[in-house]
Design a protein around this ligand. Structure first.
Ligand SMILES: Nc1ncnc2c1ncn2[C@@H]1O[C@H](COP(=O)(O)OP(=O)(O)OP(=O)(O)O)[C@@H](O)[C@H]1O
Length: 259
Protein backbone atom coordinates (compact mmCIF):
# COMPACT_ATOMS: atom_id res chain seq x y z
CA UNK A 1 0.00 0.00 0.00
CA UNK A 2 1.50 3.37 -0.92
CA UNK A 3 -1.12 5.73 0.53
CA UNK A 4 -2.53 6.28 3.98
CA UNK A 5 -5.11 4.04 5.59
CA UNK A 6 -6.85 4.99 8.83
CA UNK A 7 -9.22 2.41 10.30
CA UNK A 8 -11.74 2.73 13.12
CA UNK A 9 -9.79 5.33 15.02
CA UNK A 10 -10.95 6.40 18.46
CA UNK A 11 -9.20 8.86 20.73
CA UNK A 12 -10.16 9.76 24.27
CA UNK A 13 -8.28 12.15 26.54
CA UNK A 14 -8.58 12.41 30.31
CA UNK A 15 -11.17 15.07 31.07
CA UNK A 16 -9.89 18.28 32.64
CA UNK A 17 -13.18 18.56 34.58
CA UNK A 18 -13.34 15.21 36.34
CA UNK A 19 -10.74 12.52 36.79
CA UNK A 20 -13.43 9.85 36.35
CA UNK A 21 -14.42 11.17 32.97
CA UNK A 22 -12.88 11.22 29.48
CA UNK A 23 -13.19 13.59 26.57
CA UNK A 24 -13.80 11.70 23.34
CA UNK A 25 -12.02 13.58 20.55
CA UNK A 26 -12.41 11.03 17.71
CA UNK A 27 -15.17 8.49 17.23
CA UNK A 28 -14.62 5.60 14.85
CA UNK A 29 -12.86 7.54 12.08
CA UNK A 30 -11.86 5.60 8.96
CA UNK A 31 -10.42 7.05 5.78
CA UNK A 32 -8.08 6.19 2.92
CA UNK A 33 -5.84 8.47 0.88
CA UNK A 34 -4.59 6.75 -2.24
CA UNK A 35 -1.23 7.33 -3.92
CA UNK A 36 -1.38 10.63 -5.83
CA UNK A 37 -4.62 11.69 -4.17
CA UNK A 38 -5.24 14.99 -2.33
CA UNK A 39 -7.78 14.68 0.47
CA UNK A 40 -8.91 17.56 2.67
CA UNK A 41 -10.43 17.02 6.09
CA UNK A 42 -12.92 19.80 6.79
CA UNK A 43 -14.51 20.36 10.16
CA UNK A 44 -15.36 22.91 12.83
CA UNK A 45 -12.93 24.09 15.48
CA UNK A 46 -12.22 21.47 18.14
CA UNK A 47 -13.67 18.53 16.18
CA UNK A 48 -10.46 16.54 16.37
CA UNK A 49 -8.78 17.35 13.04
CA UNK A 50 -5.33 17.96 14.54
CA UNK A 51 -5.71 14.92 16.76
CA UNK A 52 -6.38 12.83 13.64
CA UNK A 53 -3.32 14.29 11.93
CA UNK A 54 -1.04 13.78 14.94
CA UNK A 55 -2.11 10.16 15.17
CA UNK A 56 -1.63 9.66 11.41
CA UNK A 57 1.86 11.19 11.78
CA UNK A 58 2.72 8.75 14.57
CA UNK A 59 3.13 11.61 17.05
CA UNK A 60 0.33 10.35 19.25
CA UNK A 61 -1.22 6.94 19.93
CA UNK A 62 -4.88 6.20 19.21
CA UNK A 63 -7.08 4.76 21.97
CA UNK A 64 -8.33 2.25 19.41
CA UNK A 65 -7.85 1.68 15.70
CA UNK A 66 -4.96 1.52 13.26
CA UNK A 67 -2.99 3.71 10.87
CA UNK A 68 -1.06 2.20 7.98
CA UNK A 69 1.48 4.05 5.86
CA UNK A 70 4.30 2.65 3.73
CA UNK A 71 6.84 4.96 5.41
CA UNK A 72 6.94 7.67 8.05
CA UNK A 73 4.79 10.57 6.73
CA UNK A 74 6.20 14.08 6.34
CA UNK A 75 4.32 16.76 8.24
CA UNK A 76 3.75 20.50 7.73
CA UNK A 77 2.23 22.34 10.68
CA UNK A 78 0.45 25.69 10.82
CA UNK A 79 3.32 27.56 12.43
CA UNK A 80 6.67 27.08 14.09
CA UNK A 81 7.46 24.34 11.62
CA UNK A 82 10.96 25.54 10.81
CA UNK A 83 14.06 25.50 12.99
CA UNK A 84 14.89 29.14 13.83
CA UNK A 85 18.62 28.39 14.27
CA UNK A 86 19.00 27.03 10.74
CA UNK A 87 18.95 28.99 7.48
CA UNK A 88 16.30 28.38 4.83
CA UNK A 89 18.66 26.08 2.90
CA UNK A 90 19.73 24.24 6.07
CA UNK A 91 16.09 23.73 7.07
CA UNK A 92 15.31 22.20 3.68
CA UNK A 93 18.44 20.06 3.85
CA UNK A 94 17.57 18.73 7.31
CA UNK A 95 15.69 15.55 6.26
CA UNK A 96 18.42 14.84 3.71
CA UNK A 97 21.08 15.08 6.43
CA UNK A 98 19.08 12.71 8.60
CA UNK A 99 19.06 10.24 5.72
CA UNK A 100 22.82 10.79 5.26
CA UNK A 101 22.43 11.84 1.64
CA UNK A 102 25.93 12.69 0.32
CA UNK A 103 26.83 16.39 0.36
CA UNK A 104 26.84 17.00 -3.42
CA UNK A 105 23.54 15.24 -3.93
CA UNK A 106 22.09 17.13 -0.98
CA UNK A 107 23.16 20.49 -2.39
CA UNK A 108 21.64 19.66 -5.77
CA UNK A 109 18.31 18.61 -4.23
CA UNK A 110 18.19 21.69 -1.98
CA UNK A 111 18.87 23.96 -4.98
CA UNK A 112 16.05 22.27 -6.86
CA UNK A 113 13.60 22.67 -3.96
CA UNK A 114 14.62 26.29 -3.34
CA UNK A 115 13.85 26.98 -6.98
CA UNK A 116 10.54 25.11 -6.80
CA UNK A 117 9.29 27.23 -3.89
CA UNK A 118 10.88 30.48 -5.16
CA UNK A 119 13.34 30.97 -2.30
CA UNK A 120 16.69 30.70 -4.07
CA UNK A 121 17.56 34.31 -3.21
CA UNK A 122 16.78 33.68 0.46
CA UNK A 123 18.75 30.45 0.88
CA UNK A 124 21.07 31.89 3.52
CA UNK A 125 18.42 33.85 5.47
CA UNK A 126 17.24 32.75 8.91
CA UNK A 127 13.49 32.24 9.55
CA UNK A 128 13.28 35.45 11.61
CA UNK A 129 14.52 37.41 8.58
CA UNK A 130 11.80 36.25 6.16
CA UNK A 131 8.01 36.65 5.94
CA UNK A 132 5.40 34.22 7.29
CA UNK A 133 4.60 33.06 3.76
CA UNK A 134 8.28 32.38 3.07
CA UNK A 135 8.57 30.41 6.30
CA UNK A 136 5.64 28.22 5.22
CA UNK A 137 7.26 27.73 1.80
CA UNK A 138 10.41 26.63 3.61
CA UNK A 139 8.33 24.21 5.64
CA UNK A 140 6.67 22.80 2.50
CA UNK A 141 10.05 22.45 0.75
CA UNK A 142 11.46 20.64 3.77
CA UNK A 143 8.53 18.22 3.78
CA UNK A 144 9.12 17.60 0.07
CA UNK A 145 12.80 16.87 0.74
CA UNK A 146 11.59 13.94 2.80
CA UNK A 147 11.17 11.15 0.30
CA UNK A 148 8.10 9.61 1.96
CA UNK A 149 5.01 8.96 -0.11
CA UNK A 150 2.57 10.49 2.38
CA UNK A 151 2.38 14.20 3.21
CA UNK A 152 0.30 15.43 6.16
CA UNK A 153 -0.55 19.13 6.40
CA UNK A 154 -2.26 20.75 9.39
CA UNK A 155 -3.74 24.09 8.29
CA UNK A 156 -0.36 25.14 6.88
CA UNK A 157 -1.69 28.42 5.45
CA UNK A 158 -4.14 29.23 8.24
CA UNK A 159 -2.09 32.06 9.73
CA UNK A 160 -1.43 33.83 6.42
CA UNK A 161 -3.24 36.72 4.76
CA UNK A 162 -5.69 35.74 2.03
CA UNK A 163 -3.55 36.78 -0.92
CA UNK A 164 -0.47 34.92 0.28
CA UNK A 165 -2.66 31.93 1.06
CA UNK A 166 -4.02 31.76 -2.50
CA UNK A 167 -0.52 32.08 -3.96
CA UNK A 168 0.77 29.28 -1.75
CA UNK A 169 -2.24 27.05 -2.44
CA UNK A 170 -1.56 27.36 -6.17
CA UNK A 171 2.16 26.70 -5.62
CA UNK A 172 1.45 23.69 -3.46
CA UNK A 173 -0.76 22.19 -6.18
CA UNK A 174 1.83 22.92 -8.87
CA UNK A 175 4.54 21.18 -6.83
CA UNK A 176 2.38 18.29 -5.68
CA UNK A 177 1.12 17.63 -9.22
CA UNK A 178 4.72 16.71 -10.09
CA UNK A 179 4.80 14.03 -7.38
CA UNK A 180 2.63 11.03 -6.64
CA UNK A 181 2.36 11.77 -2.94
CA UNK A 182 -0.81 11.03 -1.00
CA UNK A 183 -1.77 14.24 0.81
CA UNK A 184 -4.00 14.60 3.85
CA UNK A 185 -4.66 18.30 4.38
CA UNK A 186 -6.52 19.63 7.41
CA UNK A 187 -8.55 22.81 7.13
CA UNK A 188 -11.57 24.55 8.58
CA UNK A 189 -12.03 26.57 5.38
CA UNK A 190 -14.71 25.38 2.94
CA UNK A 191 -13.06 27.44 0.22
CA UNK A 192 -9.61 25.95 0.81
CA UNK A 193 -10.96 22.39 0.91
CA UNK A 194 -12.75 22.54 -2.41
CA UNK A 195 -9.95 24.52 -4.06
CA UNK A 196 -7.31 21.92 -3.26
CA UNK A 197 -8.90 18.51 -2.85
CA UNK A 198 -9.87 15.58 -5.02
CA UNK A 199 -12.11 14.55 -2.14
CA UNK A 200 -13.31 16.40 0.96
CA UNK A 201 -13.94 14.45 4.15
CA UNK A 202 -16.37 16.37 6.38
CA UNK A 203 -16.19 15.91 10.15
CA UNK A 204 -18.85 16.56 12.78
CA UNK A 205 -18.47 18.56 15.94
CA UNK A 206 -16.65 16.79 18.76
CA UNK A 207 -16.55 13.89 19.12
CA UNK A 208 -15.25 14.02 15.56
CA UNK A 209 -16.96 11.55 13.23
CA UNK A 210 -16.96 11.51 9.46
CA UNK A 211 -20.37 12.72 8.32
CA UNK A 212 -19.78 12.93 4.55
CA UNK A 213 -17.26 12.52 1.75
CA UNK A 214 -17.62 14.83 -1.23
CA UNK A 215 -15.84 14.18 -4.54
CA UNK A 216 -14.51 17.40 -6.10
CA UNK A 217 -14.98 17.28 -9.88
CA UNK A 218 -12.32 19.85 -10.90
CA UNK A 219 -9.47 18.31 -12.92
CA UNK A 220 -5.70 18.71 -12.73
CA UNK A 221 -3.67 20.75 -13.25
CA UNK A 222 -5.99 23.12 -11.49
CA UNK A 223 -6.10 26.90 -11.84
CA UNK A 224 -7.52 27.89 -8.49
CA UNK A 225 -8.52 31.38 -9.58
CA UNK A 226 -10.26 30.25 -12.79
CA UNK A 227 -12.22 27.54 -11.02
CA UNK A 228 -14.04 30.19 -9.01
CA UNK A 229 -15.93 31.03 -12.20
CA UNK A 230 -17.07 27.43 -12.62
CA UNK A 231 -20.78 27.17 -11.69
CA UNK A 232 -19.99 23.94 -9.82
CA UNK A 233 -17.81 25.98 -7.42
CA UNK A 234 -20.86 27.70 -5.96
CA UNK A 235 -22.85 24.48 -5.83
CA UNK A 236 -20.18 22.55 -3.93
CA UNK A 237 -19.58 25.50 -1.58
CA UNK A 238 -23.30 25.42 -0.78
CA UNK A 239 -23.26 21.64 -0.34
CA UNK A 240 -20.31 21.75 2.08
CA UNK A 241 -21.75 24.63 4.13
CA UNK A 242 -25.03 22.76 4.32
CA UNK A 243 -23.33 19.66 5.70
CA UNK A 244 -21.52 21.73 8.35
CA UNK A 245 -24.65 23.68 9.27
CA UNK A 246 -26.90 20.67 9.49
CA UNK A 247 -24.42 19.13 11.92
CA UNK A 248 -24.39 22.38 13.90
CA UNK A 249 -28.20 22.42 14.08
CA UNK A 250 -28.29 18.74 15.16
CA UNK A 251 -25.87 19.55 17.97
CA UNK A 252 -28.02 22.47 19.16
CA UNK A 253 -31.05 20.10 19.25
CA UNK A 254 -29.05 17.54 21.28
CA UNK A 255 -28.01 20.22 23.75
CA UNK A 256 -31.62 21.38 24.16
CA UNK A 257 -32.80 17.82 24.81
CA UNK A 258 -29.99 17.32 27.35
CA UNK A 259 -30.80 20.57 29.17
N1 LIG B 1 -3.38 16.57 24.63
C1 LIG B 1 -4.70 16.75 24.88
N2 LIG B 1 -5.21 16.53 26.12
C2 LIG B 1 -6.53 16.68 26.35
N3 LIG B 1 -7.43 17.06 25.42
C3 LIG B 1 -6.97 17.29 24.18
C4 LIG B 1 -5.59 17.16 23.84
N4 LIG B 1 -5.44 17.47 22.53
C5 LIG B 1 -6.66 17.78 22.06
N5 LIG B 1 -7.58 17.68 23.05
C6 LIG B 1 -9.03 17.92 22.92
O1 LIG B 1 -9.51 17.18 21.82
C7 LIG B 1 -10.46 17.94 21.09
C8 LIG B 1 -10.04 18.03 19.63
O2 LIG B 1 -8.89 18.87 19.55
P1 LIG B 1 -8.13 19.14 18.15
O3 LIG B 1 -6.99 20.06 18.43
O4 LIG B 1 -7.82 17.84 17.52
O5 LIG B 1 -9.27 19.87 17.31
P2 LIG B 1 -9.19 20.65 15.91
O6 LIG B 1 -10.36 20.19 15.11
O7 LIG B 1 -7.86 20.48 15.30
O8 LIG B 1 -9.41 22.15 16.36
P3 LIG B 1 -8.95 23.56 15.66
O9 LIG B 1 -9.58 23.57 14.30
O10 LIG B 1 -9.53 24.58 16.58
O11 LIG B 1 -7.46 23.55 15.63
C9 LIG B 1 -10.58 19.28 21.78
O12 LIG B 1 -11.73 19.28 22.61
C10 LIG B 1 -9.34 19.38 22.62
O13 LIG B 1 -9.58 20.09 23.82
Amino acid sequence: MSGLSVRNLWKAYPSAESKDDVLVALEDVSLEVREGEFVCVLGPSGCGKSTLLRIAAGLEKPSLGTVETPSRPSVVFQEHGVFPWLTVAENIAYPLRLRRVPRAQRAARVAELLDLVGLTEFASYYPAQISGGMRQRTSVARALADDGSVLLMDEPFGALDEQTRVVLQQELLRIWEQTSKAVLFITHSVDEALTLADRVVVMSHRPGRIIAEVEIPFGRPRDIIALRRDPRYGEITYQLWNLLERDDAARDDDEEVAA
